[in-house]
Write a protein that binds this ligand. Structure first.
Ligand SMILES: CC(=O)N[C@H]1[C@@H](OP(=O)(O)OP(=O)(O)OC[C@H]2O[C@@H](n3ccc(=O)[nH]c3=O)[C@H](O)[C@@H]2O)O[C@H](CO)[C@@H](O)[C@@H]1O
Ligand SMILES: C=C(OP(=O)(O)O)C(=O)O
Length: 417
């Protein structure tokens, strides 16, 4: 197993390029099930989750070939309707194949994903929505079995804003008979990217990016070429890397407007952010101000940036209150941050962080994807050496992060444990 060794204290400088978005790529890959033929997806990040998605698609009968960051997915012969526990347990997004398989083959058998390190993460709203579209759904032996001759449009009102649920039903409804309206839909940019793909395949989807999405079902979809949007969470992580080290960096291939909530908060902290000619310059402050954040569905502050922001607040002048409102167990990084000497108390879904002058490098263990990024950020700012182990979580979602950070002047190395 690999671990990262970081010698902290270097101010980052120079330029870094953001990769394609993991959270957009996964549903886009899955959507190709609906479009028989050869689809070509570009700006795909090299990640473990992408490999898992490819494995899932190959199991279903797709032929996938990769050439750098361009992946060809030929779904002409998708004929297997089953995604096993082995595949779904390694990556929750695999469950999204359920709706597209049902739409394409009339039946699907997909393992329930179960919870993960950050919370229970149920899919009841996905299943309720598919049932509203006319699917006959049974849960047996840890699997969802679904059948439908042809899905039919329906009006669906989500109790909770769900990104995965919105994406899943948008895909399932694209070839349903009649009109589907998704109310209280999630508005994340990754949903808009998926809608662009589906519309280019021939779907009729309006309103993606708002809370009401209208889908007029069509009989069939055809293959597409698509360039995946930049990863806003990777971009946000680099912004905090500049902030926490008092650095001055330029970030290429990011869409700043996708990160408004983070940008406003970073400006409150004292970070300077300048967007010129599609390059975003981020200058860390001399003194980090402590401020409060609450995670919310988009366009609110993203839960996927909460852990990284907490690392920054550990070094703030003053206290900060961080509320996590999306996932019930997304504070696993707190006890690891405390190994750096951070002063944090947690009560329910709220963490109070009292800023300290200096973090002190330590051996720590990553517990989930964004927690891994949080520990790297703390290590970049800490004195002495930090060792981050269990970084397989990191490899699920950040492409070559240690190489990109080293390119910005960080002293960071990957070694075998
Ligand atoms: C709103 C939000 O910030 N969503 C994040 C979530 O998406 P992801 O799609 O994984 O999660 P959801 O948006 O579906 O979950 C939002 C909330 O709804 C609940 N829920 C969801 C589905 C369901 O059927 N029943 C149910 O109760 C979840 O437990 C959670 O509390 O994680 C992704 C990966 O970290 C992020 O990119 C998304 O931005
Ligand atoms: C938790 C994340 O991903 P997933 O939904 O794939 O677990 C994430 O991207 O931060």
């Amino acid at each position: 197993m690999d671990k990262l060794i970081i010698k902290g204290g270097k101010k980052l400088s120079g330029e870094v390029t953001v990769s394609g978005s993991k959270n957009a790529s996964l549903p886009i890959f899955v959507s190709t099930i609906l479009a028989p033929g050869r689809n070509e997806i570009s700006n795909v990040p090299f990640l473990r989750d992408i490999n898992t998605t490819i494995k899932v698609l190959e199991t279903l009968g797709a032929v996938v070939e990769g050439n750098g960051n361009v992946v060809g997915i030929d779904t002409t012969n998708v004929n297997n309707h089953e995604a096993t526990y082995e595949l779904v347990k390694t990556m929750r997004a695999s469950v999204l194949v359920l709706g597209p398989l049902l739409a394409r083959l009339g039946k699907a058998r997909v393992s329930l994903p179960g919870g993960c390190a950050i919370g229970a993460r149920p899919i009841n709203l996905h299943l309720k929505g598919l049932a509203a579209l006319g699917a006959d759904i049974n849960l047996t032996h840890g699997y969802v079995e679904a059948k439908a001759k042809r899905l039919r449009g329906a009006r669906i009102n989500f109790d909770i804003s769900t990104v995965g649920g919105t994406e899943h039903l948008m895909m399932a409804a694209a070839t349903a008979k009649g009109e589907t309206i998704l109310e209280n839909a999630a508005r994340e940019p990754e949903i808009v990217d998926l809608a662009i793909v589906l519309n280019n395949m021939g779907a009729k989807i309006e309103g993606a990016g708002t809370d009401t999405i209208r889908i007029t079902g069509v009989n069939e979809l055809g293959p597409v070429s698509h360039r995946v949007m930049p990863d806003r969470i990777e971009a946000g992580t680099f912004m905090i890397a500049a902030a926490i080290t008092g650095g001055d960096i330029r970030i290429r291939n990011m869409q700043l407007e996708h990160l408004d909530a983070l940008v406003f908060k970073l400006q409150d902290v004292g970070v300077e952010i300048i967007n010129k000619d599609n390059i975003v310059r981020v200058k860390g402050p001399r003194k980090i101000r402590g401020i409060n954040i609450k995670t919310r569905p988009y366009p609110g502050f993203p839960t996927d940036m909460q852990a990284q922001f907490m690392a920054l607040m550990c070094l703030a002048d003053g206290a900060s209150v961080i509320s996590e409102n999306i996932f019930e167990n997304r504070f696993m990084h707190v006890s690891e941050l405390m190994r750096f000497g951070a002063d944090i108390t947690v009560e329910g879904n709220t963490a109070t962080v009292k800023g300290i002058k200096k973090l002190s490098g330590a051996p720590v263990m990553a517990t989930d994807l964004r927690a891994s990024a949080c520990l790297i950020l703390a290590g970049l700012a800490a004195d002495n050496t930090t060792e981050v182990s269990r970084i397989y979580h990191l490899d699920r979602g950040y492409e070559s992060i240690e190489k990109k950070l080293a390119g910005l002047g960080a002293d960071i190395q990957r070694v075998k444990e």
